[in-house]
Structures are given as structure tokens and as C-alpha cells.
Design a protein around this ligand. Structure first.
Ligand code: SF4
Ligand code: SF4
Length: 167
């Protein structure tokens, strides 16, 4: 979903549910701490892997960062709306947050689909360097965080997003 629409939804939600903002911020901070650890795992393998990749996942669809409502609301608890970080790509199929040297979003606060869903090569590299179990534990932790976030956003989550977030 595009971030212009998500920003409208976020502003609406903030007006309707001020009582939830404190909890959402706590969950955003927890999410960020987990993602920081995932980033550290990935930084050890992705520069080599992704530079050599012939089917880059960030170049497969012209999305605004795979954000869903819950990803975006969490992002907004810690960061300003990332409108100015977007760029258009001539290939017509790259993510708008893909910059010259990779993703321009904060490394510790990206959408769950971007952080949780990885290719086979990443899984193999994690296994080879002995850190797959660590990633799996963080993956499970992210799943538990999502389960705490979704009820707070009841009525604001798209049904299809609920399915996608089971990934
Ligand atoms: S994460 Fe996997 S699919 Fe994506 S660019 Fe890196 S190697 Fe390619
Ligand atoms: S990692 Fe960054 S550039 Fe890649 S799809 Fe996600 S938001 Fe876009």
C-alpha cells in the first residue's frame, strides 16, 4: 500500500485512538531493537550476496517499501513520514525506497515483510555462518510483536494485509 494513503490512515487513527499511542510507541521501540539485531546479522552477509544477485528482491515491484498499516504506524511512532526518501526508478519495478547503495529507510525500522521474508541464499548464508538459529529466534520475536500490534489496529487493517502479515 502506498505511504500517502497510509499516512492519511495514520492521522485518522491518531485522532480516533490517542489512548493507544503510548503502547504503540513501546511496541515500536521493541520492534526497532529486534530489527537492529536482525540488521547486524544481515550486514554480515548481504553486502556480498546482494551485490552479486541477479534478481534483487528490492527491484521486483514498484512498492513503497512493502509497508502495511501496522508497519507504517510503528514507523511513524519513531520517525517522520518518509515522503522525501522516495525516489522514482527508470526500470518501473524497483521499490521507491531503494537508493544508490541500498535501502534508504532506517536499518532498524523497516516493514516486517522486508525484514522477515528472506531468500534462500540468505537462509543458506546464515546457516553457513552459524547464525540461522539466532535469526529464527528474532523472526519468532517479530511474530509475537505483530500479534500484539494487530489488536490495537482493529478496524484499520486491510483483510488482505492480515493474510500477508502471516508471512
Ligand atoms: S536478499 Fe536475496 S533476493 Fe534479495 S537482493 Fe539479496 S540475495 Fe538477492
Ligand atoms: S528493504 Fe528497503 S528498498 Fe528493499 S523493498 Fe524493503 S523498503 Fe524497499
Amino acid at each position: 500500500m502506498g505511504i500517502d494513503i497510509l499516512e492519511e490512515k495514520f492521522q485518522h487513527y491518531r485522532q480516533l485512538h490517542p489512548e493507544n499511542m503510548g503502547r504503540l510507541r513501546e511496541l515500536a521501540l521493541e520492534t526497532s531493537a529486534v530489527q537492529l539485531r536482525v540488521r547486524e546479522l544481515m550486514d554480515a552477509i548481504t553486502p556480498t550476496l546482494c551485490n552479486a544477485c541477479i534478481a534483487s528482491c528490492c527491484k521486483c515491484m514498484p512498492v513503497d517499501g512493502w509497508f502495511t498499516e501496522s508497519d507504517y504506524f510503528l514507523f511513524r511512532m519513531l520517525h517522520e513520514a518518509p515522503f522525501d526518501l522516495r525516489s522514482t526508478h527508470a526500470d518501473g519495478r524497483s521499490c521507491t525506497f531503494l537508493g544508490d547503495t541500498g535501502c534508504v529507510l532506517p536499518g532498524a525500522m523497516r516493514s516486517f515483510p522486508c525484514v522477515k521474508v528472506n531468500c534462500k541464499m540468505v537462509a543458506e548464508a546464515l546457516e553457513a555462518n552459524g547464525r540461522l538459529a539466532e535469526f529464527t529466534a528474532l523472526y519468532d520475536q517479530m511474530g509475537r510483536l505483530q500479534e500484539q500490534i494487530w489488536p490495537l489496529l482493529a478496524g484499520f487493517l486491510s483483510p488482505t494485509i492480515m493474510q500477508a502479515q502471516q508471512l
